[in-house]
Structure formats: structure tokens, C-alpha cells
Design a protein around this ligand. Structure first.
Ligand code: CTP
Ligand code: MG
Length: 243
């Protein structure tokens, strides 16, 4: 069996791409909006697969979008092992569904938001390298605004400022040793974790923090969505010499 065929059947490093949200703040399911004929989620998948060691992909979508997404991925002809599964009511439950669908051969997992289609291969490699050292790793950015904690139950009352120099804004992709991630998810009882590294921290494991990227900010608002779709279309046109 050739090495590439082997990797396709038994990938060691896999990505879980989370795309099962409702996109309430962006005005609808942003992950299916298209730029240059491809959905945002397919753009995000193609971005991950620019890193050659990632040879398996689990895409998590709303239950009514499993089949259309399988067709979309087929059309994109991504060169990897792949599976599409239904997500859950929270991001954490969608992660869980994605992790449960990983192939047996998988040893290293990258969990990524489809709402971040601009993660560079350098960033992805940096996170994977750190996870191989520490067992888990996240990209993060310094915080430039002052961050205020509010009084519980009173959104108009300042409690205290948090120490900005020690704060970081955490991004995805986040990378993990598969066994450790599965162990922590099996122990987790809450469903409201907003990312995967927080589950790993909850059970006391180390998480290494590496530099994130400004361009990798999460698409959240309608304006960010419009700008991102324009940028993705522009890049594709340049790539295909249509400019
Ligand atoms: N996500 C998911 N399953 C959920 C909720 C979110 O897979 N139940 C995914 C989203 O599709 C997105 C990523 O997690 O790619 C980050 O979530 P967010 O940016 O908050 O997206 P949405 O939850 O869709 O948006 P909103 O919170 O505005 O509704
Ligand atoms: Mg959300």
C-alpha cells in the first residue's frame, strides 16, 4: 500500500471542524454562506488541509445539513479521509459528536471553528508542534482593551478590572493528544464550555499557549461576515488569475 493511501485510510492527525451553530449574531448560519462557489466551511476545511500531516477530517453540522454537506465536500474533492456528523445544542456537544466520530487510527486532534477560515498553515503547525510537546495547545492573542468584570446580575455595575497583562483572547485551532481529550470529555458534566482547552484545564492538564493571528479572528457579526466573504472571493480570483 502506498504511503498516501495508508494515510487516507488510517490518518494519525485529524481535524474536527465545528459548523453546527445557528449564527444568531451574524443573522443566520454563516458557515454555509458562499464565496467563489464554496461555502465558508469548505474554505475552512481547505485551509486546514494545506497542512499535509492533517489527513482526516470530521465536519460537524446541524442535523438537517449532513447530506448537503457530504455533497459539498465530495464536490470539493478534498484529499483526505472524511466524515460528516450531526452536532448538538451547544458548541461543547458538537465537539463531543466530532470527537466521537474520529477514526481509531487518530492520535492527534485539532479542533477548529468553521467561523475562522483564515488560520494560516504556520499557525496550525505551531499549535500542533506545541501540543506534541505539552499534550494540548491553543493559539491566543494579547488583549488590548481593558477588561471589566461586572457585578453578578447587574450589567450596569462595575465589579473590578482584570489584570490585562495576564489576559489572552483564545482562538482555534486547538490541538490535543487524542487520549487526553477523550478522557477529559468523558469526565465533563457541564455542556457550556466555550472551547475545548477549557475542558482539558478543568481536569488539571497542561495547555501550552502559542501566538495567535489577527486574521484568524472569529467571524461573528454581519459586517465581519460580509468582509470575510469578500476577502475569500478576492483570494480565489487572484489564485485563478481572474484579476
Ligand atoms: N458551533 C457548533 N455547534 C453549536 C454552536 C456552535 O458547531 N451548537 C460552531 C459554530 O458553527 C462555529 C463555532 O462553533 O463555527 C464557533 O461558534 P460561534 O462563532 O458562536 O457560532 P454560532 O454559535 O453559529 O453563532 P452565534 O453564537 O452567533 O449563534
Ligand atoms: Mg455561538
Amino acid at each position: 500500500m502506498r504511503a498516501s493511501t495508508q494515510a487516507r485510510r488510517a490518518p494519525k492527525t485529524c481535524a474536527v471542524l465545528l459548523a453546527a451553530g445557528e449564527g444568531v449574531r451574524s443573522g443566520g448560519r454563516k458557515q454555509f454562506r458562499r464565496a467563489h462557489g464554496r461555502s465558508l466551511l469548505v474554505h475552512a476545511a481547505v485551509g486546514l488541509l494545506r497542512v499535509r500531516e492533517i489527513r482526516g477530517l470530521v465536519v460537524v453540522v446541524p442535523v438537517d445539513r449532513v447530506e448537503p454537506t457530504e455533497r459539498d465536500l465530495e464536490q470539493a474533492a478534498l484529499p483526505c479521509w472524511q466524515r460528516v456528523v450531526a452536532g448538538g445544542a451547544t458548541r461543547h456537544l458538537s465537539s463531543r459528536a466530532g470527537i466521537d466520530a474520529l477514526p481509531d487510527s487518530c492520535e492527534w486532534v485539532l479542533v477548529h471553528d468553521a467561523a475562522r477560515p483564515f488560520a494560516s498553515p504556520e499557525l496550525i503547525r505551531r499549535v500542533l508542534r506545541a501540543a506534541r510537546r505539552a499534550g494540548a495547545a491553543v493559539p491566543a492573542l494579547d488583549v488590548h482593551d481593558s477588561i471589566l468584570l461586572l457585578e453578578a446580575g447587574n450589567a450596569a455595575q462595575a465589579s473590578r478590572y482584570l489584570p490585562r497583562a495576564r489576559l489572552r483572547a483564545v482562538q482555534t485551532p486547538q490541538a490535543f493528544a487524542r487520549d487526553r481529550l477523550v478522557d477529559c470529555f468523558a469526565r465533563a458534566r457541564r455542556h457550556d464550555f466555550t472551547d475545548d482547552a477549557s475542558v482539558v484545564r478543568r481536569y488539571g492538564y497542561e495547555v501550552e499557549v502559542v501566538g495567535g493571528e489577527d486574521a484568524n479572528r472569529k467571524i461573528t457579526t454581519p459586517e465581519q461576515l460580509r468582509t470575510a466573504l469578500r476577502e475569500l472571493a478576492r483570494r480565489e480570483k487572484t489564485k485563478h488569475g481572474e484579476d
